[in-house]
Design a binder for this molecule. Structure first.
Ligand code: FAD
Length: 423
């Protein structure tokens, strides 16, 4: 199987890199072993929410210079502020072209509401998510927070308690939609995505609207757990029209409907552009010849290797098995790439659970073009993007999606520029 570019990993980084390349006419394959971090995410995309010193970032682009001083190994610091700014704006356009709609832009972070009713700084939030300007409260005085009877992955009282502390009057109640009764009988199946498959049916969305009209009589807005709109993107706007006031969604515990919906939109855009998505397959090993990757071997196509001019590693961090931790070492399992890591296990973690954990900054080492390295030498046709990269802490700094999107766009541009030179 021969492609212009083979991408290993079909999460946010791999898909957006593949989309950019396919938009420019490249023949791309994405080999993706399983679910990505998007399936577990809030659905909001963080660019840089907090500095390494813990201060909140209001204007991410203005913070890049200071980030370079505090964290020179951060992928943003290595690419440089101008490049990062350009790639972030290119990523915003790419997401819109995939049919996704967001609140926010890279010049200014906003606050999004979490399932606990607290606020967290972020870059882009799905338009249905309640957001506010940093330093300001949500734009409503009286809110109905509506849970779903028997659904354990969102507790309206917890969210209401936090909002009341900020001067918002929050009433709580539960939805009674008989169509959900059969699903409710099996608690392990009573999850956001399965609930959405029932509520998204036109006749049930109508029943849900009737129920919300009853529950939301004297409030300014309604907040629901994100259990609607997976397959029917118009379901939430229909509810807003029927209820006559904003109906908003907050993320639930995984599986995350907002993240899965984004994954589906990206995957279908990649396929529409002619990209080949190979789900459920995993790259096991590769043949290298000198400084070049020659062949990639996958679990499902043992005897037919994938060959490509350029290879992009977007296999994620420990969470997605892009990196592996044994008892006494961490490593990148496909190529055995150079890693940013700590050799002593005791240095992988800090005792305080709330401290920035060193292992979160582990990842593959690259040169300044994001080419991966073995024994200190760059591999000329192997780039690394997204969560597999080392040098940053996506949790403490709130920059996971930003690094994935910026590095993906940067590498796509590098590859396009190289192919122009050789054409
Ligand atoms: C649980 C969780 C929640 C998060 N929530 C947020 C959030 O709300 N907002 C935010 O901004 N960031 C969040 N992040 C940070 C997240 O890392 C990034 O936002 C981003 O989604 C990572 O994308 P990625 O494509 O680099 O990696 P991943 O999403 O991890 O995707 C890697 C993909 O590669 C595949 N893969 C791995 N090995 C192989 C192989 N050998 N062959 C083929 N395929 C392979 C995996 O199956 C997976 O599909 C979260 C991270 C985690 C772990």
């Amino acid at each position: 199987m021969k492609f212009d570019i083979a991408i290993i990993g079909g999460g946010l980084a791999g898909l957006t890199c593949g989309i950019r390349l396919a938009e420019q006419g490249k023949r791309c394959a994405i080999i993706s072993a399983g679910q990505s971090a998007l399936h577990f995410s809030s659905g909001s995309l963080d660019f840089l929410s907090y500095m390494p010193d813990g201060s909140v970032v209001k204007n991410p682009l203005d913070a890049l210079e200071d980030l370079a001083k505090q964290s020179p190994e951060h992928p943003y610091s290595r690419l440089g502020a101008d490049c990062v700014s350009q790639m972030a704006q290119q990523a915003e356009r790419l997401l819109i072209n995939c049919g996704l709609s967001f609140t926010g832009n890279v010049a200014q972070n906003h606050m999004r509401m979490t399932p606990l009713g607290t606020q967290r700084a972020t870059w882009l939030s799905p338009t249905e998510v309640p957001t506010s300007t940093i330093g300001e409260a949500l734009p409503w005085k009286r809110i109905a927070i509506i849970g779903i009877e028997g659904f354990l992955d969102f507790q309206p009282q917890l969210a209401a308690g936090s909002l009341e502390g900020k001067g918002i009057e929050a009433i709580t109640d539960y939805l009674h939609v008989p169509a959900l009764d059969r699903l409710r009988n099996n608690p392990s199946e009573f999850r956001a995505t399965n609930i959405s498959r029932v509520l998204d049916l036109a006749e049930n969305t109508e029943l849900l609207a009737d129920e919300l009209v009853r529950l939301a009589q004297d409030v300014d807005a309604v907040i629901l757990p994100a259990c609607i709109g997976l397959d029917n993107p118009d379901a939430v706007s229909l509810l807003c029209r029927r209820v006559g006031k904003p109906v908003m969604l907050v993320p639930t515990l995984p599986p995350s409907l907002l993240g899965i919906r984004m994954h589906q939109a990206l995957r279908s855009r990649f396929r529409q552009l002619g990209g080949q998505f190979m789900p459920g397959d995993a790259v096991l090993r590769a043949d290298l010849d000198g400084d070049k990757v020659k062949k990639i071997y996958t679990r499902n196509h043992t005897d037919i290797p994938v060959t490509a001019e350029q290879v992009v590693l977007a296999s994620g961090s420990f969470f997605s098995n892009g990196l592996v931790a044994d008892f006494d070492r961490t490593y990148e399992p496909i190529f055995g790439l150079d890693m940013m890591t700590e050799s002593q296990r005791a240095d992988w973690t800090k005792e305080s659970m709330f401290a920035s954990q060193p292992y979160l900054r582990f990842g593959v080492k690259t040169d300044n073009q994001l080419r991966a390295m073995i024994d200190g030498k760059s591999i000329s046709n192997l780039f690394a993007i997204g969560a597999v990269l080392g040098g940053y802490d996506p949790l403490q700094q709130g920059c996971g999606a930003g690094v994935s999107l910026v590095s993906a766009q940067y590498v796509a541009e590098q590859i396009l520029a190289m192919s122009e030179v050789t054409a």
